[in-house]
Design a protein around this ligand. Structure first.
Ligand SMILES: Cc1cc2nc3c(=O)[nH]c(=O)nc-3n(C[C@H](O)[C@H](O)[C@H](O)COP(=O)(O)OP(=O)(O)OC[C@H]3O[C@@H](n4cnc5c(N)ncnc54)[C@H](O)[C@@H]3O)c2cc1C
Length: 384
């Protein structure tokens, strides 16, 4: 039986960067995934937004770390992951949204976010062609950005291989047995391995892998669709989040990636729980209406394709990143909700620190927001 320091279940948004950083720290690491190659779970469903603009201080600090990692990736590792620091903008069309976003700015600034509220004329310069009817300005956080989820996964994987991380694809983890000497045996559909530590990074299947660990994880997936248009000349940089509620949908968000394609996504209302990844007939008409409502100049743009994926949700919209029962053997990095791509690298650095020193990198009292043993009935994160 092959033995490792750490086995990671899931080669996705958080599993891949964690494998790389553990490998860089000199640990023997195996990543197991039931799919055929890296990033084939929900990672490839993400549209690519990376923001530190949250309401939960732990998410703010983790995503600031992720932005540093993505932002310096090319210089450090040489791979082009199509990272752009184009910022995020939340345009505002109602008094209520203006009040709540301005209130949130206080927390965001307290945790070092570079974010401000722009007046209508300034916002229209940033987003030329944005519908001015009823516009009351909006927030702008220039240090946020976007990245290609596909290129990022590939880059994490390539660099992990370079530092000696091993991967076992097309193997599903079906059993975990804790041994008395502080190790764990991992049974897959093809082999059995042993490790000092195991990390559940199984995304939408976190609950199922949690059961194998003997822990009940409150992670339930719900289904979201995304789409991409044909390319057009670049005319705006920020990722735009429209937080208004329309019939059938809540948040609608989109940006123009390096090649000029506009990539978009919306939050269905009500949410659609479950594992279905079949495209629906309602998404595109809803998304198209919302895109044209915000940017009438896009009314003739053609959509190339749509897809559907899953958000692994927790009840409060905050991930669970912790060691189970304080064992130092069983770890979880699950429930990354609609933000796994942006949280992944920053969480990965903290997981390496947890596993090697027993402490996270960010202050422990802030990291406690990710505790498995927190009160999940607390108020949900505002920008989840
Ligand atoms: C339409 C859409 C748009 C999105 N846009 C964004 C965005 O702009 N920015 C952002 O940050 N996030 C976005 N997300 C959310 C993001 O995709 C997820 O939060 C993230 O991918 C979850 O990461 P993960 O590592 O937990 O799971 P995954 O990336 O799904 O990785 C989990 C892996 O575990 C494997 N696995 C599960 N069970 C087992 C088992 N028993 N044995 C072996 N392997 C197993 C799976 O095969 C999978 O590869 C979006 C999601 C959707 C659907």
């Amino acid at each position: 039986m092959k033995a490792y320091d750490v086995i990671i279940v899931g080669a996705g948004s958080v599993g891949l960067p964690t494998a790389l950083f553990l490998g860089e720290a000199g640990l023997r690491v195996l990543v197991i995934d039931e799919l055929a190659s890296p990033g084939q779970g929900q990672n490839k469903s993400a549209i690519g937004g990376v923001r530190a603009t949250h309401s939960d201080p732990a998410k703010i600090q983790i995503c600031q770390l992720s932005l540093d990692i993505f932002g310096s990736w090319h210089d450090k590792y040489g791979d082009d992951i199509h990272f752009q620091r184009g910022g995020y903008s939340f345009p505002v069309y109602s008094e209520q949204d203006e009040v709540s976003l301005k209130e949130l700015l206080k927390v965001q600034k307290r945790y070092g976010l570079n974010i401000d509220y722009l007046q209508t004329d300034e916002l229209l310069k940033l987003l030329p062609g944005l519908n001015p009817d009823g516009l009351r300005g909006g927030t702008y956080s220039p240090d946020d950005g976007n990245v290609s989820p596909l290129l990022a996964a590939r880059a994490f994987y390539r660099q992990a291989i370079r530092v000696g991380v091993e991967f076992a694809f097309e193997e599903k983890v079906i059993g975990l047995t804790r041994k008395e000497q502080g190790s764990v045996e991992v049974e897959t559909t093809k082999a059995t391995y042993s490790a000092g530590k195991i990390l559940n990074a199984a995304g939408a299947s976190a609950k199922e892998v949690g059961r194998l660990m003997g822990v009940d994880l409150p992670v339930e997936p719900d289904c979201h669709e995304g789409g991409v248009t044909e390319p057009v000349r670049r005319f705006f940089n920020p990722l735009v989040v429209d937080i208004r509620q329309f019939p059938g949908s809540k948040n609608f968000y989109f940006y123009q990636e390096q090649g000029g394609h506009i990539i978009f996504c919306l939050t269905p209302d009500p949410i659609i729980p479950g594992f279905s990844r079949n495209s629906t007939s309602v998404f595109l008409p809803q998304a198209a209406r919302r895109l044209i409502n915000l940017f009438p100049r896009l009314r003739n743009i053609r959509v190339r394709r749509t897809w559907r994926g899953l958000y692994p949700m927790t009840p409060d919209g905050v991930p669970i990143v912790d060691t189970v029962d304080d064992t130092g053997t069983l770890y979880v990095a699950v429930g990354l909700c609609g933000q796994g791509l942006m949280l992944g690298p920053g969480l990965a650095k903290n997981i390496v620190s947890l596993m090697t020193t027993g402490r996270p990198l960010i202050p422990e009292d802030i990291f406690a927001s990710f505790s498995l043993y927190r009160d999940f009935t607390r108020p949900a994160e505002l920008l989840k």
